[in-house]
Each structure stands twice: as structure tokens, then as C-alpha cells.
Design a protein around this ligand. Structure first.
Ligand SMILES: [Zn+2]
Length: 257
């Protein structure tokens, strides 16, 4: 998760277990506006027992339980938006029905992904093959519920996507703007609060120099304009403001429901 950053440095921010694993969350973002939208949907429940063991996946709470806390179920979601199509973000997009058939997990929703990300996800190579699992998105295409979007722009009023590249060639972040305030769901651009320093870039990133360039400009703006940042993979902090004092950064956490 920390690329070239030496372990003695990162383990102060993210202690590892005896198998060198750190705690991470998979926390989608619920946006309620014109329509009800969810951004990413975690790993889902199709992953096999071996995968559950390797990643020590703990589904408490499940996505269904989290939605229920807001009085919602999967069938209330109108739009499912993908930051990118890696399994820890898109796994929850589909599920197996009683007969084992892969079906959309959000039965009424339109799903939105970037055209070029879908292209890459359906043409994986040796480096990204383990992250792109067709079962998470090809069934959406076949069901006719996947809308592929070219370039940056609005997904619904107040919500727009911006390509970052870096993590994958077409990884994107999601801006939510309302009443003059800006919140940004940064997905794998800044996966946890431990990644707020520019050079703390994941080893998973296909194009780390692109991540660095985007992060450098983005975090500067996020500090200056006080963007509320949503950290999808942070084990504790769902959202916060990045602050800077005497050249050092920290996150001022904000409680979210
Ligand atoms: Zn991720």
C-alpha cells in the first residue's frame, strides 16, 4: 500500500500484522440528491473462501446493513458510479442469484463507468489481471444497465467525475458540490489518511509519476479551498479536511453518519 516508502516509516502510520497486512476499509459513498447514488460498492460477496482468508475480509457491517441505517436498500439506488473497476471497488456491483447466475446487485440502477476503464478492465494484462475480474462488470453490460462515459463531466446535478490516471490509466475521482462547498471522493488517489504526503504512492499504481503529479496539484487545492475529502480505504477516518502547518500535513477528521 505504500510503494517505495520504507516499512519503518509507514508502519508508524499503519501497523502491520504478522502476515504483513494492514487494516483497510472498503467504504462506498452514498450521495442523495436529484437521485440516490452510490460510488463504488466494495468487494461484494462473490469472493471465495481462499480470498476471504488471504485478505481477512470482515463484512461488518455489510453494505446492505449500511444502506439500511439510512432507510435504504439496494433497490432504492438509482445510480452506481465506478471510480475504477478493480475488484475491491466493483465486486459489489454484481451478485449471484438463487440459480448461480450473475445479476446486478442494485436491481433498479443504471451503472456508470468510464469507457476506457471498461476497455482496460476487459483486456487485462499480466500486471493488472488479478485486480480486474470480469464477473464484476461484464454481466452489467450484458444486462444492458451499464452506461459508459467518455471524459470528465457531470453524472447527475452536483456530481461530476475527473480523471486522475495514476492508479489505473482511467481512474477517476468524484466531486460533489452543493451550496458553495466541495467534497471529493478520492478513491485510490489518496486511499487513506496515511497517504496525504505527495510521495506516499501505492505500489499497486500502474503509473506512479502520474499519481504524484495529480496528487501534488490536487492536495494543494484541497488544502487552499478546504475540500472535504472522503477516504475510501482508511480504517478509521471516513472523511476530513487536509490541513497544513509548518510544512506538515494532517487530516482533521469529520464525523459522518
Ligand atoms: Zn482500492
Amino acid at each position: 500500500m505504500f510503494g517505495v516508502v520504507p516499512k519503518p516509516l509507514w508502519e508508524r502510520r499503519a501497523p502491520a500484522d504478522d502476515r504483513n497486512r494492514i487494516r483497510l476499509s472498503m467504504r462506498p459513498l452514498l450521495v442523495r440528491g436529484d437521485r440516490t447514488m452510490i460510488v463504488d460498492a466494495g468487494v461484494g460477496d462473490k469472493i471465495d473462501a481462499k480470498g476471504v482468508e488471504i485478505y481477512a475480509i470482515d463484512r461488518t457491517p455489510t453494505l446492505s446493513q449500511s444502506l439500511a441505517r439510512h432507510g435504504l436498500s439496494e433497490s432504492d439506488v438509482d445510480v452506481v458510479l465506478a471510480s475504477h473497476l478493480h475488484f475491491d471497488h466493483a465486486g459489489g456491483f454484481t451478485r449471484r442469484d438463487g440459480s448461480g447466475r450473475l445479476v446486478p446487485a442494485f436491481p433498479r440502477a443504471r451503472y456508470v463507468a468510464r469507457t476506457a476503464e471498461y476497455e482496460d478492465a476487459t483486456h487485462p494484462n499480466e500486471r493488472n489481471r488479478a485486480s480486474y475480474l470480469a464477473e464484476n462488470y461484464v454481466p452489467l453490460r450484458e444486462a444492458g444497465v451499464l452506461d459508459l462515459m467518455d471524459g470528465d463531466g457531470p453524472v447527475m446535478p452536483g456530481v461530476r467525475v475527473v480523471r486522475t490516471g495514476g492508479h489505473t490509466m482511467h481512474h477517476q475521482v468524484v466531486y460533489v458540490e452543493s451550496g458553495g462547498l466541495t467534497a471529493v471522493f478520492v478513491a485510490d488517489l489518496i486511499p487513506t489518511t496515511a497517504h496525504i504526503d505527495n510521495a506516499w504512492v501505492m505500489g499497486y499504481d500502474l503509473y506512479p509519476m502520474e499519481t504524484l503529479a495529480f496528487k501534488r496539484a490536487f492536495i494543494r487545492e484541497a488544502i487552499d479551498r478546504e475540500f472535504l475529502i472522503f477516504f475510501e480505504h482508511d480504517p478509521e477516518v471516513a472523511a476530513g479536511f487536509i490541513r497544513e502547518a509548518n510544512g506538515r500535513r494532517h487530516v482533521e477528521a469529520v464525523a459522518v453518519a
